[in-house]
Ligand binder design. Structure first.
Ligand SMILES: [Fe+2]
Ligand SMILES: [Fe+2]
Length: 148
């Protein structure tokens, strides 16, 4: 549990369910489901670990957001952590995906620790995972599609 009110799996299912209910596309739903997958093994750089897993299959915007979500989460977490900067995300303020990362953390991460939230089960997301990971790796039409 690591001090969180729900498990990592529940947090991830909640994130993916919120993304799905918001009408997000496959890239975002899979990214939301996997965004913390490396947290047990690499807590300090779990964002980059998760990004490398999805990088060949989703558009670059989504990979970038997952890769940097740790910095963007600091606005919500830094006060719990000694010496961390809540405005760490500001170093990316001119990046074209800055707002996308702000939105991801606001809608599908920092609010996904609600023990009363009714999420979809893991099996619900099997088809989403299948579709994304059966894509041709690094295919330009996947990496540079416009998405939603
Ligand atoms: Fe995270
Ligand atoms: Fe998270």
């Amino acid at each position: 549990m690591d001090g969180y009110p729900i498990s990592r799996l529940e947090h991830s299912l909640q994130a993916a369910t919120r993304a799905w209910r918001d009408g997000a596309d496959d890239d975002w739903i899979v990214a939301a489901l996997l965004h913390d997958i490396g947290d047990g093994l690499a807590p300090q750089n779990h964002d980059r670990m998760a990004a490398e897993i999805i990088r060949p299959f989703v558009r670059e915007e989504v990979t970038w957001v997952i890769e940097h979500h740790g910095a963007f989460q600091m606005i919500y977490y830094a006060h719990h952590l000694d010496g961390w900067n809540p405005n760490e995300r500001d170093q990316y303020c001119d990046h074209p995906y800055f707002q996308s990362a702000v939105n991801f953390c606001e809608r599908w991460d920092q609010n996904c620790f609600d023990p009363d939230y009714i999420n979809q089960p893991l099996a619900f997301f099997a088809d989403f995972l299948e579709r994304v990971f059966s894509r041709k790796a690094y295919a330009p039409e996947n990496l540079y599609n416009k998405g939603n």
